[in-house]
Design a binder for this molecule. Structure first.
Ligand SMILES: Nc1ncnc2c1ncn2[C@@H]1O[C@H](COP(=O)(O)OP(=O)(O)O)[C@@H](O)[C@H]1O
Ligand SMILES: [Mg+2]
Length: 328
């Protein structure tokens, strides 16, 4: 307990942002209520992204009622891998990642065998709202299963790692790579047991990580170092994330992206209340960076101008890189 308090105090000095400040000064201030459905419903996010020309995993179909569960076979159309998820889910709950078929059944990424009845039961649970925010009735979406780029082979265990970037008013402020572990069942959500690894905004080089609230430098399953890995196409990810401000209109978001082996960078989802553990992974607080962005916006607002996606990314990379541009 004492250790935790000590660590928290040290982080406070680094400008760590707590949950109350995040809610009052960022989520409530920058995220207009009427825009929430765009990010809280993954089907709506997908539709918006497609309209904006942003790539997302292909939607195979939607199941909205019990009756429609019988359309499932038609939706997957003989495919042997796909993902089922609640449109309004969070934290990786209720997501089923099917990697293969096996003698009339299905196999998840971690090798668990799933029957047709299990799938129908899962769909039905999603519809009743078991996984949705506030327990409201929900829809199930069935989509393309992402195959991670081979770059992640040595530092990930099954499943798909994702890249989370926190974006304030269109400016990226902090990034983290999340790596599935044996424990997280193919999902990259920290509370499912995935690892969070900080990423240098300037270069896309990974830093050290956090796992179950401890600092780590090796993946617990593969034992390979998680730091010093160069994420490919880093500027592309930064621009993709920054552009999500124009896509959804929300001023404070967590953008989750993946790197598919064939399709390249894809947006997985947007979060209106992104978690604060990213600060532990980066060993750095959000507060100072957020203030720097707010000061920048205030300055531009005086002259009634805004910056382009490219300019915003450049600003963030120059200011928030762990390695300063002069040292690169
Ligand atoms: N289409 C997909 N293909 C493979 N894995 C996926 C897919 N969608 C989600 N996942 C895995 O599940 C995790 C959570 O998915 P996400 O869409 O972000 O939902 P949530 O809101 O529950 O976090 C992802 O980080 C990824 O590891
Ligand atoms: Mg997510």
């Amino acid at each position: 307990m004492f250790g935790l308090i000590k660590r928290w105090k040290a982080l406070e000095a680094k400008g760590i942002m707590g949950i109350n400040r995040r809610n009052a000064d960022y989520v409530l201030k920058y995220n207009k209520r009427h825009l929430y459905p765009i990010v809280d419903d993954k089907i709506i996010t997908k539709e918006r992204a497609i309209l904006a020309g942003i790539h997302v995993p292909e939607l195979y179909g939607i199941i909205s009622t019990e009756k429609e569960i019988e359309k499932f076979d038609e939706i997957i159309a003989g495919r042997s891998d796909f993902v089922i998820k609640p449109a309004q889910g969070a934290g990786g709950d209720g997501i089923l990642v099917i990697a293969d078929r096996f003698e009339g059944r299905y196999k998840t990424v971690s090798g668990k065998i799933v029957t047709q009845e299990d799938i129908e039961h899962q769909l039905s649970s999603i519809l009743t709202g078991l996984y949705s925010l506030g327990g409201h009735r929900d829809r199930a979406l069935i989509e393309y299963r992402v195959t991670p780029d081979p770059i992640f082979k040595s530092i990930s265990y099954e499943g798909v790692p994702d890249i989370r970037i926190i974006v304030l008013m269109g400016y990226p402020v902090m990034a983290m790579l999340r790596l599935p572990t044996r424990q997280s069942n193919g999902k990259a959500n920290l509370h499912q047991g995935a690892i969070g690894v900080g990423v240098d905004l300037a270069t896309g080089l990974t830093l050290r990580g956090t796992w179950l609230n401890n600092k780590i430098s090796k993946h617990p399953d593969t034992t390979n170092a998680v730091d010093g890995v160069q994420l490919p196409n880093w500027d592309g990810f930064m621009k993709l994330a920054a552009g999500c401000y124009e896509l959804c209109g929300l001023g404070y978001i967590g953008v989750d992206m993946v790197l598919d082996q064939e399709k390249g960078p894809l947006i997985l989802e947007l979060n209106a209340r992104p978690g604060l553990n990213i600060q532990i992974a980066n060993d750095c607080g959000l507060t100072h960076r957020a203030h720097a962005v707010e000061a920048r916006i205030a300055e531009f607002a005086k002259n009634d101008v805004t910056e382009s996606v490219e300019d915003r990314v450049r600003f963030s990379q120059q200011l928030f890189g762990h390695v300063k541009p002069a040292e690169i």
